[in-house]
Design a protein around this ligand. Structure first.
Ligand SMILES: Cc1ncc(COP(=O)(O)O)c(C=O)c1O
Length: 320
């Protein structure tokens, strides 16, 4: 999806035009991946716009920054308010939200500490990450030849820009060979996750998902799906899973802010179940979309309503 190139970006406290949201080439983050970020969504619900688990995303952002010794001048509450301001300034009733804390311009020593800690927030309209059809029909994936990072190398619990060099390798390998995604193993050979999404395996109506020690990002959607699965009466087991579980699963699906709940219909050209979105995936997907669209009461307190002003004249003009 290409950007429209319009809209407003929050940069260190100022709202600027999309075209002016630039940083210097000598910024540390460009050279050494010294950034941490989030991906959250604001949904258009039947009761107006609402953020989905924004506090949890902002907490993870602050946690990621802490792991990398980056202290920004705003705390979690201040950063959350900045997200609200940015979404309102863009007038988008539904959008994807990308806050980024990074090391800026000072020196290009590998040591990031002398470089200033800066923050930007972008928002844009982003529909189904793997395509609308994928949500219904599922995607074809392969097991990646790349592993997720070993423990005590790149911290998997931090959503760091550096981790996405590995994600890029997984994704490129998959798409160049005609697959939509790759599933990576951890360095012990156990199932880990996709390039930008967590994984669930279904067998005999029990849900399985790799634990945080399997080098996965502790996904907020993953956590939501575990809760919704329990609500539906399914057992969920977080445990180390061998690769071959993929080939004998009744159903498989990815979850994440971008992919939401996307079924997987084949792995390494082996059909999953009967090659269609299965009944458990269908029930979970429905529970998820009913929740984020406000079709059911917000019983877990995951939605934060936000008043989005009517679209700004300049944004409306640009979309014409
Ligand atoms: C590597 C990786 N795993 C899992 C996820 C899913 O996390 P979440 O549900 O918090 O978006 C993401 C998405 O950001 C990701 O990049």
């Amino acid at each position: 999806m290409a950007f429209s190139g319009t809209g407003k970006v929050w940069m260190n406290g100022k709202i600027v035009d999309w075209a002016d949201a630039t940083i210097h080439l000598a910024s540390h983050v460009i050279h050494y991946g010294s950034g941490v970020f989030e991906g959250a969504r604001c949904y258009k619900t039947r009761n107006g716009s609402a953020f989905f688990r924004l506090d949890d995303h902002m907490r993870r952002l602050v946690d990621s920054a802490r792991i990398y010794r980056m202290e920004y001048r705003l705390d979690q509450a201040g950063l959350t308010q900045a997200v609200v301001d940015t979404v309102k300034a863009n007038g988008l009733p539904a959008c994807y939200i990308r806050p980024l804390i990074y090391r800026g311009y000072e020196t290009l020593s590998v040591n990031p500490l002398p470089c200033p800690v800066e923050c930007t927030i972008m928002v844009w309209e982003w529909g189904a990450y793997l395509g609308a059809e994928a949500l219904e029909k599922g995607v074809d994936v392969r097991v990646s030849s790349w592993n997720r990072s070993a423990p005590n190398t790149f911290p998997a619990m931090a959503k760091s820009t550096a981790n996405y060099a590995n994600s890029g390798l997984i994704k490129m390998e998959a798409v160049l060979e005609g697959y939509s995604e790759g599933i990576a193993l951890d360095t012990g050979g156990h199932l880990s996750e996709g390039s930008g999404q967590n994984l669930f395996v279904v067998r005999d109506e029990v849900l399985y998902t790799p634990p945080s020690a399997a080098s996965v990002l502790p996904g907020i959607t993953r956590n939501s799906i575990i809760t919704l699965a329990h609500d539906l009466g399914f057992a969920v087991r977080e445990m180390e899973l061998p690769r071959e579980m993929l080939y004998i699963a009744d159903e498989l699906f990815f979850v994440g802010t971008a992919v939401e709940v996307t079924p997987i219909r084949s792995v390494d050209k082996i059909q999953v179940g009967d090659g269609r979105r299965g009944p458990v995936t269908t029930a979970i997907q429905k529970a998820f979309f009913d929740y984020v669209k406000g079709n059911v009461p917000d019983r877990h307190g995951w939605l934060t309503p936000v008043d989005i002003p009517a679209t700004k004249p300049e944004a409306a003009a640009a979309s014409r």
